[in-house]
Design a protein around this ligand. Structure first.
Ligand code: PXP
Length: 241
């Protein structure tokens, strides 16, 4: 499986102070150096973390494909095309939510999405739809002309936190079935949300179905903890006057 690294939280931290560090560009550079296959950024309508300048800079200076998560609205379409991103992932977006809570309801906006997606073809931008692992959503994704689906692993991740292994097994089965269906329909299959060092092991045997995982929160959380000792020592070294 490939790994897409979501760097939104780097920008969230920067925005907590509205200052210049940590640098989103530097984070993308480190992800590239570490071997990530792709960089994901979610440009939200309210610009609460990633800003337009972050996207433009990372796209220009980092030699990795960009997966732009965005709401299916005209403003974002123009931005994606202007930046020539390699992939867009359409997600539902609610202003009050902390993170993307559920998958995109493709079924209920089938005509709108079919029309919306057309323009990306012209610019050779891959279109992925972030959907719950439901058969109807996968079929609708094919119908509207998507190239790929990203299966929402939120419920799978939650079941691990609750230590509900029956639910985990059921969620995994859903990922397997809907992933297989998507593949049969000719869609590429990605997955993400809530993946951690602990629960990722349960996805190992889906590696012939899921091509890529998109992971953000856990990677950035571990980076903060594992990097903390070094950061403190560096500051103390500077105070050694
Ligand atoms: N995929 C999509 C579509 C997302 O919205 C997110 C969260 O921004 C992720 C993957 C990554 O989820 P997490 O931050 O929980 O790893």
């Amino acid at each position: 499986m490939k790994l897409g690294v979501n760097i939104d939280h780097i920008a969230t931290l920067r925005e907590a102070r509205k200052t210049i560090e940590p640098s989103v560009l530097e984070a993308a550079f480190i992800a590239k150096r570490a071997g990530a296959h792709q960089i994901t950024m979610h440009l939200r309508e309210d610009r609460r973390h990633i800003k337009d300048e972050d996207l433009a800079l990372v796209r220009k200076l980092i030699d990795l494909p960009i997966n732009l998560e965005m709401a299916p609205i005209d403003e974002m379409k123009h931005i994606a095309i202007a930046n020539k991103v390699q992939r867009v992932t359409l997600v539902p977006e609610k202003r009050q939510e902390i993170t993307t809570e559920g998958g995109l309801d493709v079924v209920s906006q089938i005509n709108y999405l079919k029309e919306y997606i057309k323009d990306f073809k012209e610019y050779n931008i891959e279109v992925s739809l972030f959907v719950d692992p439901e058969k109807e959503q996968v079929e609708a994704s094919k119908f509207v002309g998507a190239d790929a689906v990203e299966l929402h692993t939120g419920k799978f991740a939650e079941s691990y936190i609750k230590k509900d292994f029956m639910l985990l097994k059921a969620q995994k089965q859903k990922l397997r079935e809907t992933g297989t269906l998507a593949k049969e329909l000719g869609l590429r299959v990605y997955a993400g949300h809530g993946i951690t060092y602990q629960n990722i092991v349960y996805l190992k045997d889906l590696s012939n179905i899921i091509e890529e995982l998109n992971i953000g929160h856990s990677i950035i959380s571990n980076a903060v903890l594992f990097g903390l000792e070094e950061a403190i020592k560096k500051m103390m070294g500077l105070m050694n006057w």
